[in-house]
Design a protein around this ligand. Structure first.
Ligand SMILES: [Zn+2]
Length: 320
């Protein structure tokens, strides 16, 4: 049989795929952060990884594929606290909507669906391993990763860090805030918000440590394929590499594949593009009209535009 070739984001090349153990593939996919409904660009990623997993199985590989639900995140914790409910209750409807949408898109379930909230202990243990090797330093009740200690930082995304202020500490999960160099592994509790009481102190895990700890638990210290949106390459996957390789001393990925997932641009307003969901009934857009209305109420488009977009997209089969 012809050899399998895949694009490796780490090297930027198309390479022969050789798993660590012949005939078996260990694959990890960064799943959705369930603070809201997943958007169409997210599903581009999940459709891609579904095609990949089906193809690997078709080629006879024994597949162990893990996908997580990020249900610990600054936005989730803040929104749950504001709503006066616990994290599970806050995320339940978004998790259900995600599974419904995957079903609509015929996305096969991975071998393991896992949640960050079920793996706090593993995250704490991994942070302790990093502490023992001096990859961390404390600050105001949080624990930060010292990027200066990991010279290979940036090898996946090829990010140029020269313009980023060294030592700037940022503990927010959101991309634009986390572009500063050192990042939070563990975050101090905020008043009124949920926290865990652990061996490294009270608080909550940073987003990046979640995936490193969970991948290690289910797939071992290294893995064969890591997928995720290309928008996760920096900082998320870069930080995962720094954490996992820092702790184990082994390359996290023999092959690191982050397929491009940016949705094609269309003329729709951003808010509408980003909240479109397929309904379970025949792939028609069910949520689009409501989103256009919401965009109109927010003053992003006029009411006439909202009606026009709604007619064009909801009655026209919902193609963007
Ligand atoms: Zn991840």
């Amino acid at each position: 049989m012809a050899e399998l070739q895949l694009h490796n984001t780490l090297t930027g090349k198309i390479e022969k795929f050789v798993p660590q153990k012949a005939g078996e593939v260990r694959m990890y996919t960064c799943g959705p952060t369930v603070y809201d409904y997943a958007h169409i660009g997210n599903y581009r990623t999940f459709v891609f990884q579904d095609i990949l997993r089906r193809f690997l199985k078709l080629r006879g590989f024994k597949l162990n594929h893990v996908m997580n639900l990020t249900d610990v995140d600054d936005r989730i914790i803040a929104n749950a606290a504001a709503a006066g409910v616990n994290i599970r209750d806050y995320t339940a409807k978004f998790v259900q909507a995600f599974f419904d949408d995957c079903k609509t898109l015929s996305i096969d379930a991975p071998e393991h669906w896992i949640r960050a909230t079920d793996h706090i202990e593993e995250m704490v243990k991994l942070i302790q391993r990093l502490q023992e090797k001096s990859f961390t330093y404390p600050g105001d009740g949080s624990i930060y990763y010292r990027i200066a200690k990991f010279p290979n930082y940036g090898k996946l995304s090829k990010i140029d860090l020269t313009g980023i202020q060294a030592g700037a500490r940022v503990d927010n999960d959101r991309y634009e805030k986390e572009s500063a160099r050192d990042f939070a592994l563990w975050k101090a509790p905020k008043p009124g918000e949920h926290f865990w009481e652990t061996a490294i102190g009270p608080g909550r895990p940073g987003w990046h440590i979640e995936c490193s700890a969970m991948a290690m638990k289910y797939l071992g210290e290294t893995l064969d394929i890591h997928t995720g949106g290309i928008d996760l390459a920096f900082p998320h996957h870069e930080n995962e590499i720094a954490q996992s390789e820092g702790a184990t001393g082994k390359p996290l990925r023999l092959q690191a594949f982050s397929p491009a997932v940016r949705p094609r641009r269309c003329s729709l307003p951003q808010a509408a593009q980003f909240h479109i969901r397929w309904s379970a009934a025949g792939g028609q857009f069910c949520g689009a009209a409501a989103e256009f209305r919401r965009s109109a109420e927010a003053g992003e488009i006029s009411r006439g535009q909202a009606r026009g977009y709604g007619r064009a997209h909801c009655e026209g089969g919902g193609r963007v």
